[in-house]
Design a protein around this ligand. Sequence first.
Ligand code: NAD
Length: 511
Amino acid sequence: MATSHFSTHPNSLRVPNLIGGKFVESKSLTFIDVINPATQDVVSQVPLTTNEEFKAAVAAAKKAFPSWRNTPVTKRQRVMLKFQELIRRDMDKLATSVTTEQGKTLKDAQGDVFRGLEVVEHACGMATLQMGEYVSNVANGIDTFSVKEPIGVCAGICPFNFPAMIPLWMFPVAVTCGNTFILKPSEKDPGASMLLAQLAMEAGLPEGVLSIVHGAHDTVNAICDHDDIKAISFVGSNVVSHAGMHIYARAAAKGKRVQSNMGAKNHAIVMPDASVDATINALIAAGFGAAGQRCMALSTVVFVGGSKPWESILVERAKALKVNAGTEPDADLGPVISIQAKERIHKLIQSGFESGARLLLDGRSIVVPGYESGNFIGPTILADVSSDMECYKEEIFGPVLLLTEADSLDEAINFVNENKYGNGATIFTSSGVAARKFQTEIEAGQVGINVPIPVPLPFFSFTGNKASFAGDLNFYGKAGVNFYTQIKTITQNWKDSVNEDKINMAMPTSQ
Ligand code: NAD
């Protein structure tokens, strides 16, 4: 029998939890198979963590908090400095884990790790990021200052599509601010989280500062309900079971702060004056890269002035992409995450076709030699898509590009703004005037101008809006530090008191 890389016993595929600094196998009776989407091989098994184990993880995090919050920020930064070095050292191992469990190509998996690594690098400057403010002599002899203090035990709930980057959006910022953290990786691909936790401990993170509890809905609900957890970071969907808004509401009812990044339908507007080659290449890369399973994937293109002149070249370049297992060096895109996801995407393509869209390229019948049982879908393009079609209303999350048309930039912007999601939107144009109008009027959190996937680097924040985000403090950047800290304002009086024996009953003012 195969042994999982993480299991605590030989001949076991079971992925342990991390509780109080120790990797411990769950006593759960229920485990979920983690499946390689290119082969259907069972890679490992994640437990549905028991309630006792979950409570033990929170208790360990609570116990670790007082001493960790009092650890000088310079020391906490040094753990992150070491951590980023170890991530670089183990980049290939991390990327291989991502590809094995998630399916994306190895090169793309390296990008997944690297975008997370950049957040760790940013956390290395936490002393400056966490600085407070000071106003001297707000009244005679009185000064006021504010400090950003950690809030306690925080938790993170992750999606499957960026198994390394998204955990790294969360716990490095949280713990470097002085919090302790409970991470719930996606049950579909927990491997990268496990490797990262091992590295964080090797880097010197004390026991209990980072814990990992595996599971699905019950574990998430337990996180929302536990009184000792003060803040929750969620990234995932808001479809079917409405995970994102469910978590937002359930945790808020318990008085927690929540940042909830959810689904998307990202649009590109292509103006007739856009550079043809660069635009087509960008649409192909952002539409089909990672098999369309990025929350910032471009899934809908609005061609101002008509799509016809663009269609044949788009199809020709999409056809040239190589669909293969992510471990194969020639792969441009790998499989989608599961058999269920593949079936769902097939249905949405069919419904688009049946409701009148033109199927310019159909990737549904692809077979990849050597990986016949993989969840592959070839690049697919539907044209003449309208806003009432199911394939447009739903987030497809697969290698499917929808094309539509508008007569003017105004009409195109209206079309995009009417969509409920607002994660990202991009314009391709050589006109500064069009670009400026777009950047001002478009209702999306991340805006690209001739940039297909405008995901901000960690000194900015990831700023989705409308149905793509709930909360008010975004992930990473200044907003991320504010999310994981609370402000305490101190007013001090060190003047020589002259009228000490006189009681002043009026509200103190600075006059
Ligand atoms: P998902 O919502 O199925 O799962 C995300 C997490 O929530 C998992 O850990 C899962 O166990 C948990 N979960 C799911 N349903 C739940 C429920 N009803 N109650 C409690 N917990 C629940 O998402 P996914 O399929 O893993 O990820 C893909 C989705 O994530 C897409 O919609 C994508 O757009 C979105 N996403 C958004 C961003 C962003 O920054 N906006 C980034 C990455 C992914």
